[in-house]
Design a protein around this ligand. Sequence first.
Ligand SMILES: CC(C)(COP(=O)(O)OP(=O)(O)OC[C@H]1O[C@@H](n2cnc3c(N)ncnc32)[C@H](O)[C@@H]1OP(=O)(O)O)[C@@H](O)C(=O)NCCC(=O)NCCS
Length: 176
Amino acid sequence: MIRSYKNIMPTLGKEVLIDESAVIVGDIELATDVSIWPLVAARGDVNTIRIGARTNIQDGTVLHVTRKTPTHPDGNPLVIGEDVTVGHKCMLHGCTLGDRILVGMGAIIMDGAIVEDDVFIGAGTLVPPNKTLKSGYLYMGNPMKQARLLKDSEVSFLKQSALNYVKLKNDYLEQA
Ligand SMILES: CC(C)(COP(=O)(O)OP(=O)(O)OC[C@H]1O[C@@H](n2cnc3c(N)ncnc32)[C@H](O)[C@@H]1OP(=O)(O)O)[C@@H](O)C(=O)NCCC(=O)NCCS
């Protein structure tokens, strides 16, 4: 289920887990300790997808990008930073995420949106195109609104959540 598009194969860092039901196509780079859980679909065809170390992409999430055009020469690649938790059944399309972010279950993040480091996105949130989510805040709702500053415990949890998933991923790799 790891496939090329136009002769470009996904590249995988060390100790990466990709569930055998996931589909990973084209120009995609996964850094060390990334985990891709059941039924994820990631298509790096008309642009690129980059995922940073220790990030987890949970079950049923869809990752895609927007093509380059004369009026929009870079299109919209998808960039996800380090220690990011992407919950179940999210849709991340042509957006840029920094480090230590939690994307709640079922959230949708649209083209050109930028999520700064240390952000918590509530379950079911819709992030419209080209919005910026500021570091240190909780966002939720459809369309998303800045809800409040994160508590210290929530900021610590962002990193911890990613580490929990690295551990879980290692258990799966050991039993394979
Ligand atoms: C947003 C969240 C962090 C809770 O934040 P909180 O500040 O503790 O919110 P509370 O539970 O005190 O609820 C406060 C209000 O927000 C509402 N609310 C809670 N979560 C919400 C969400 N995701 N979207 C919209 N509104 C939400 C509550 O209904 C409540 O509204 P009310 O005051 O009208 O009753 C949590 O609900 C959430 O969405 N977590 C994401 C979990 C997840 O998806 N993890 C990834 C899977 S591993």
